[in-house]
Design a protein around this ligand. Structure first.
Ligand code: GLC
Length: 514
């Protein structure tokens, strides 16, 4: 359930780095600010920062994509000529470099450099040889550790792109004196993406039981591996990004075909909610918002609402409830349900709706039609944008997140931080972070519905508007939302416990010599 702020995060105490404290290597395909496609990139950055603040020695490992500028980012050479075995019969090796940026946010980021597979590619994802690129990342990380430059006490892998890393450790490198002993944690940010294969429409012949030998980087069969399943199978401890999602994925409805396997591994599976950066996202200091405010000056939000209505070319109406949606246009997020329900609400009630975020072309088209049908009530920007989300968080009254599934979700946390009220479906991280408002007790932080249909969402949107019209109740609700504490402090210490658990499970697995 929601957590209430105990002390301002800006006052967080820095634990002094002690000698002999845990050394962590976090491996991911995307890490902000160097490459960010989705929420994962920010989770990687902020978790690493929070662990560093707690005094741990955290380093991050990712590919050096063509879009990462060496001069701007002050990247330097760490290891030249790293030889990474491809696993083919001839013993072919790919030659890579490892570069690094030190001390940004207090931790070091390592980049695996390879001309062919990363340097020549501007994008993180979307190439037909992605499995080779991720196999190279997995094995490149391990070969780097073998150089002895940084030998972590735990390796923390994220999503399917890093799934082969634990698999290599427990097979090819199982007798390696260094790697063979390092515990591994695997975080699932999304069950939907498991590899190159579409696990939902896959022929039986292509089924990967996860136990077969990893083919060479260049073999066609690499494309058929279920990387996510392998990450799950071979890691020592697993987690996903909310407690509810960790339970949901044990069922066929959310398990994406891996529910039975996860059920078997239940004792090693945990849920840790993501946080947001409370220093970066602060309505009192955010330079991207028109007028700064805090919990004591919520009336100043009106100026931001005004600026937002201007920005989207909508009539300036301070008292009309302004709904918003920030995020990827993805079927996961229930954008289709949102648009269908909005049609009814817009036709019957005096509301406005604004949106920012790109993605699926079909969903963007639905939004276009909505705008055409309600030009004075709807404003859309169906593309990614850096500054607009902050304008929305600080100016909208309500946000709607009717996700089909949601491992964690970050935008509802950002909305609450800015005093905007979320209307969410009771799934995954949304269920764990938003508490349904009870007008009789004045408790709760948003509006929550259970079923994925128009009636359920419609009902909560109407309730939200009723409360909006009651000034004192609304203020109470906004204050409740703003008092929540979803900073990284708590979750980072949960990760430390998870790393310790992984070490415990690993020890139990390695036979001791008598
Ligand atoms: C994925 C999930 C989202 C989660 C994010 C970071 O994008 O869909 O719910 O917040 O990963 O963990």
């Amino acid at each position: 359930m929601a957590r209430t702020k105990k002390s301002p995060t800006s006052e967080k105490t820095r634990v002094k780095k002690k000698e002999g404290k845990l050394k962590v290597l976090i491996v991911a395909a995307e890490v902000a600010p160097y490459a960010s496609v989705g929420g994962v990139a920010f989770v990687m950055k902020h978790l690493s920062k929070a662990l560093t603040d707690l005094g741990y020695d955290v380093r991050v490992f990712m590919p050096k994509f063509g879009s990462i500028d060496e001069t701007i980012n002050k990247i330097s050479m760490e290891y030249e000529g790293l030889e990474v075995p491809t696993g083919d019969e001839m013993g072919t090796k790919l030659i890579c470099n490892v570069k690094k940026v030190s001390n940004e946010n207090g931790f070091t980021t390592y980049f695996l450099e390879n001309q062919e597979y990363y340097e020549k590619r501007a994008n993180v994802y979307g190439y037909s040889d992605d499995p080779t690129r991720w196999a190279l990342l997995a094995r490149g990380t391990l070969e780097f550790i073998r150089t002895g430059i940084f030998v972590p006490d735990v390796i923390h892998c994220n999503d399917w792109h890093t799934g082969l890393l634990p698999n290599y450790v427990k097979t090819v490198y199982r007798k390696d004196p260094i790697l063979g002993k390092i515990p591994m944690v695997f975080t699932i940010h999304n069950m939907m993406f498991q590899g190159m294969i579409d696990h939902r429409h896959m022929s039986e012949l292509d089924y990967d039981d996860g136990r077969s030998h990893i083919p060479s980087f260049f073999a066609d069969r690499l494309n058929k591996l279920n990387f996510l399943k392998r990450g799950i199978l071979y890691s020592d401890a697993l987690n996903t990004v909310s407690k509810t999602y960790a339970k949901e994925i044990l069922t066929p409805e959310f398990g994406e075909g891996l529910d039975k396997l996860l059920m078997e591994l239940k004792g090693r599976l945990f849920g840790i909610i993501n946080g947001i950066d409370y220093d970066e996202l602060n309505p009192a200091t955010d330079t991207l918002v028109e007028k700064n405010y805090d919990i004591g000056s919520l009336e100043l939000r009106d100026e931001n609402k005004n600026a937002l209505q201007k920005e989207y070319d909508l009539p300036i109406k301070p008292n009309v409830p302004l709904f918003g949606f920030v995020g990827r246009l993805d079927i996961q997020k229930g954008v289709d349900l949102l648009v269908r329900t909005l049609r009814q609400v817009l036709a019957e009630y005096n509301i406005q709706f604004v949106q920012v975020g790109g993605g699926d072309g079909g969903l963007a088209e639905m939004l276009n039609y909505l705008k055409n049908d309600f030009p004075d009530k709807v404003g859309i920007h169906p593309y990614p944008n850096f500054a607009l989300p902050r304008m929305l968080f600080s100016g909208c009254d309500l946000f709607v997140y009717p996700s089909r599934f949601e491992p964690c979700g970050v935008v509802q946390l950002e909305a609450m931080r800015y005093g905007a009220i979320p209307v969410v479906r009771h799934v995954g991280g949304l269920a764990d972070t938003v508490e349904n408002f009870d007008s009789s007790t004045g408790k709760g932080t948003g509006f929550v519905f259970k079923y994925f249909n128009e009636f359920s969402l419609f009902g909560q949107m109407i309730r939200a508007m009723e409360v909006y019209n009651n000034t004192s109740l609304w203020r109470q609700l906004q204050e409740n939302a703003m008092r929540q504490d979803f900073s990284w402090n708590f979750s980072a210490s949960e990760y430390v416990k998870l790393y310790e658990r992984a070490a415990h499970f690993r020890k139990k697995e390695i036979p001791t010599k008598k």
